[in-house]
Design a protein around this ligand. Structure first.
Ligand code: 5GP
Length: 207
């Protein structure tokens, strides 16, 4: 298989509390061809979360071991815990010609951008800062000072929008999913990607 048959690496990112997880879960429910990477984290599981489904839950030592052995495509320390993307799964899935979507925070997204410039970077934006504050406060999974830290982080993260290829407003989850699917379709029709394939086909014809 040639490099051009690889799937698309898509990165869905955006500020804390914008609803990346909700949009990711809603996308998963749609019967699309997108594959979803499961991240590794040192954060304790929340109620109802399952190991190997929502995350691979690891100790700090196990996570640091993965960093040392270059087993992560990217990783970040976020509000006191480590989060990272297993490299193996992403490489294998892309090599199988399938599209992979990573739902990650912005520091990690910038690392992916450095290592995979041909990735497609989608910034999920809140309809307003007030909406974002409401979501972080109402989620109720965090205590007071963690809410403040997440809000401050979210403000800084909004500034990162400039580094992305697309901005999708999360005014309504299903609409946000429609927009992301439209982006995937458009990227598969992107001239430079498609032309590589046709150039290869004409080369074969002339042999
Ligand atoms: P939560 O603790 O709410 O599940 O996730 C906190 C943040 O970590 C979210 O913004 C989520 O997108 C991000 N995150 C989840 N997995 C990864 C990952 O593998 N790498 C990075 N950099 N961020 C992640």
């Amino acid at each position: 298989m040639t490099h051009n048959d690889r799937g698309l690496l898509m990165v869905l990112s955006g500020p804390s509390g914008v609803g990346k997880g909700t949009v990711n879960r809603a996308l998963k429910k749609r019967s699309t061809t997108i594959q979803y990477s499961i991240s590794v984290t040192t954060r304790p599981p929340r109620e109802g979360e399952q190991n190997g489904v929502d995350y691979f839950f690891k100790t700090k030592e196990q996570f640091e071991d993965m960093i040392r052995h270059n087993q992560l495509l990217e990783w970040a320390e976020y509000v006191g815990n480590y989060y990272g993307t297993p490299l193996d799964y992403v490489e294998k899935t892309l090599n199988d010609g399938k599209d992979v979507l990573l739902e990650i925070e912005v520091q990690g997204a910038m690392q992916v951008k450095n290592n995979f410039p041909s990735g497609v970077f989608i910034f999920l934006a809140p309809p307003s800062l007030d909406a974002l504050r409401r979501r972080i406060t109402e989620r109720g999974t965090e205590t007071g000072h963690l809410i403040d830290t997440r809000l401050q982080t979210a403000r800084e993260e909004l500034d990162m929008m400039q580094h992305y290829d697309y901005v999708v407003e999360n005014d309504e989850v299903e609409l946000a999913c429609d927009r992301i699917e439209a982006i995937v379709t458009a990227e598969h029709c992107n001239r430079s990607r498609v032309m590589k394939k046709y150039t290869r086909l004409t080369e074969v014809d002339h042999k």
